[in-house]
Structures are given as C-alpha cells and as structure tokens.
Design a protein around this ligand. Structure first.
Ligand SMILES: Cc1cc2nc3c(=O)[nH]c(=O)nc-3n(C[C@H](O)[C@H](O)[C@H](O)COP(=O)(O)OP(=O)(O)OC[C@H]3O[C@@H](n4cnc5c(N)ncnc54)[C@H](O)[C@@H]3O)c2cc1C
Length: 369
C-alpha cells in the first residue's frame, strides 16, 4: 500500500510482482503495518553483512547468510530481548558472540539489580559483553562490513546483527494526516479508531495507553497486537469492543535464565515524579530441598503512602519468570502491596517455597511503603 486517500476512501496499491499500481476503494480501512527495526544513521550502516531481524523473511535471510558465510564471530548491537535471544541461538551454532550495549546494563527494560544476573549469565556463556559503549559506525571494504566502531574500540566483524529497537510503520498514516503520538505511533481510541471515520489501526504501528502511568506509551509486542487486532476486528464487524490499555509486560530468556517485567520500572516512575518504595528479594523457585529448585530474584515497586503496586520484575532459573503474571493480575486489580500479600497462591514443594517469592517480596514491601 503506497498511500491512503481519506477524502475518497481508497488506498493506492502496488502489485510488486506484476509491477502494477491502482486505487482500491474501501468501506473501512485497518492500518496494521507493524514496526521496523531501527537502523541508526551512522556510517556504513547499510553495508553488506549488517542484518536486522523482524520478519520470518529476514530470519530466513540471516539463516542463509550464516550458512553461506559460516562466520566464526558475530557482533550483536543491542542488549535487549532480541539481542539476547539471538545470542543464545548463535552460541548454539558455535559462533562466538560479542554484544555491544550503550547502557551500563543489558535488558534496559528492567532495573540494574535485576539485569545484573543476566549479564553474568551472558558472560558465563562466553558472550563478550561491552557495556556503556555506543556504536558510532561500521568499517566497510567494497561495501561489506569489516568492523564495528564503538566509542571505545573497533571490533572486527564480518557479520553484525543490529537489534537496537523498533519504530512504528506510521508513514502511511502520517501522509494521510492522521495524528501520531509517542514515538510517532498512530493515535487511536479504546476501540482502535483513528479520528477519521472508517479508518482504524492496531498492532505495532499504534500508540497504547499505559494502565499504571495513565499516560500514552509505545510498546511493540505480539500480546497487545493480537488483542488490539481482535478488538479492531470486532468493531469493524459491527460489534462494540474496547482495548483498555497495556501494562508493559514482557518476558524472555537467555539459556537457563528467565527474565520478566510488568508495570513501571524505577526510571519510569522517577520520570513521572511519583514517590515510590522498592524491594528486591532472592529466593527459590521450589522448596529449597526439592530437586530442580533454582534461584529467583523478585523486585516489586509501589507508591509511597498508598502502597499501590506500580511494577514488578523477575529474574531466575526455570519456572521463575511466568510468576510475573501474578504481579500483572495484581496491577490490573489495582492492588496494594498488602492485598498482594494476602493472595492465596498455590504451594507444594515441587512448585514453590511455602511463601511464594512474589509474596516474600510483598512482605518486605509493606514494611517500606
Ligand atoms: C525477533 C522478534 C521476536 C519477538 N518476540 C516476541 C515475543 O516473544 N513476544 C511478543 O509478545 N512479541 C514478540 N515480538 C513482537 C511481535 O512480533 C510483534 O509485536 C507483532 O508481530 C506485531 O504484529 P503486527 O500485526 O502489528 O505487525 P507485523 O507482524 O509486523 O505485521 C505487519 C505487516 O504489515 C506489512 N506492511 C507494512 N507496511 C505495509 C504497506 N505499506 N503495505 C502493505 N503491507 C505492509 C509488513 O510487511 C508486515 O507483514 C518479537 C519481534 C521480533 C522482531
């Protein structure tokens, strides 16, 4: 789709195979153009051998490039969840991984004390981790990448994976003069409607409403894209449905280490200016004596005074991360730390200590809110 003509309710379509362009009329139009990986405007960013990954097709391209070039080493730029997951996959192919991250920690969507064990796991797995180093450009010879230039050094690299975040594909909407919001994502209401009658938008291309901060936010994840798509579809089909907003929940893993977060992290609360209390506890995923019990760290944040929960983060071994769903549910319910503490969560030694780690954190939190 090359353009949307709102006045005449039609979209301009180009058939890429037959090289044909025409205008297609619509009764209702849903913009679901997703997001694209960010390619920062730095020297030689388009050199051959510098990959991004966001679709099955780019995954296949990367796979084929790996088969063909058989690189011994790859530099991953970005220590977020895509960088982490790709690092795991590349290590499994016996490829040496160097990871460059401009922040002082990996996984910038969790607080430093939760990210720290992740960095440790990466290093133990053999990843060369370069924190607080910004990639300023690439070295290229004959259009092919040869190195990654950071603020501190040049890392030799015949293949690079850029995983530094995404931006919404909102150009079609912008050209049609639809309003954009946070990070240029398309503004929609709870029914996924743009302000133009008959034009809807959903998924990675739209702005969302954050249910804890009560502010607009942008978060490109399949969980919300699917729910928004369902709501948009129901409304398009003549029903009435709403998507109230997002909590900022996400989950990933590197090797045996699981990581999850929901709500607001410390820097987001501080940016809003709310007073808060935070606790971080270390416990076990099962009764300590039970086989397979793994370490787990839980961080909870709550508003000072009211005790209203603001967010939670988890890092740990097998079965650690999905516990975040308890925190998510508590946030949706508007629970205080005390209300969370009273939850009758399930216990038997193969599943949890008597006090589930989330409840241990809540027990500490009520002392400081
Ligand atoms: C490596 C990776 C791992 C991920 N893992 C997770 C995960 O574990 N959990 C999770 O919740 N989310 C995950 N995500 C995010 C998830 O993939 C997205 O949130 C989800 O795909 C968004 O769905 P969407 O339909 O909005 O956009 P997309 O799935 O991106 O679909 C948009 C489609 O629109 C097409 N398009 C764009 N512009 C035009 C145009 N002008 N004309 C015609 N077609 C157009 C695109 O080609 C694309 O096919 C991951 C993303 C990546 C890249």
């Amino acid at each position: 789709v090359l353009g949307i003509d709102i006045d005449d309710a039609r979209v301009q379509v180009r058939d890429l195979q037959r090289n044909k362009t025409w205008w297609e009329p619509y009764d209702q139009c849903l913009i679901a153009t997703g997001a694209s990986p960010i390619r920062p405007p730095i020297p030689h960013v388009d050199a051959e051998g510098i990959h991004t990954i966001n679709t099955l097709q780019t995954g296949i391209q990367l796979w084929e490039a790996l088969e063909e070039a058989a690189p011994k080493q790859i530099v991953i730029v970005g220590g977020g969840y895509v960088g982490l997951e790709m690092a795991e996959a590349l290590l499994k192919r016996d490829i040496q991984v160097a990871m460059v991250e401009m922040m002082p920690q990996v996984m910038p969507t969790v607080d430093p004390d939760v990210a720290e064990p992740v960095a440790q796991t990466l290093r133990e797995a053999g990843v060369d981790l370069y924190l607080e180093e910004k990639v300023e450009g690439f070295e290229a010879v004959d259009g092919k990448v040869q190195g990654v230039v950071t603020s501190e050094r040049t890392l030799p690299a015949k293949m690079v994976l850029l995983a530094v975040g995404i931006h919404p594909n909102s150009q079609l909407a912008a050209d049609a003069e639809l309003p954009l919001g946070v990070r240029d994502a398309i503004k929609v209401n709870e029914r996924m409607q743009t302000p133009v009658t008959g034009v809807w938008a959903a998924g990675d291309c739209v702005e969302s409403f954050h249910l804890v901060s009560r502010r607009p936010t942008y978060q490109g994840l399949a969980t919300m894209a699917n729910k928004q798509g369902r709501v948009a579809g129901l409304n398009l089909g003549g029903e009435y449905a709403t998507f109230p907003g997002v909590m900022g929940t996400s989950i990933t893993k590197f090797g045996e280490t699981e990581i999850a977060r929901t709500g607001l992290q410390t820097k987001e609360i501080e940016a809003i200016g709310w007073e808060y209390a935070a606790v971080t506890i270390d416990s076990h995923t099962r009764a300590r004596y039970y086989p397979g019990s793994a370490d787990i760290r839980v961080k909870l944040l709550a508003e000072k005074g009211s005790g209203r929960l603001l967010g939670g983060q988890i890092v740990g071994g097998e079965d650690a991360a999905k516990r975040i769903d308890v925190v998510v549910t508590a946030l949706h319910a508007g629970f205080t730390a005390g209300e969370l503490l009273n939850l009758d969560l399930a216990y038997a030694p193969p599943f949890s200590p008597v006090w589930d780690p989330v409840l241990i954190a809540a027990r500490q939190l009520i002392k400081v809110v």
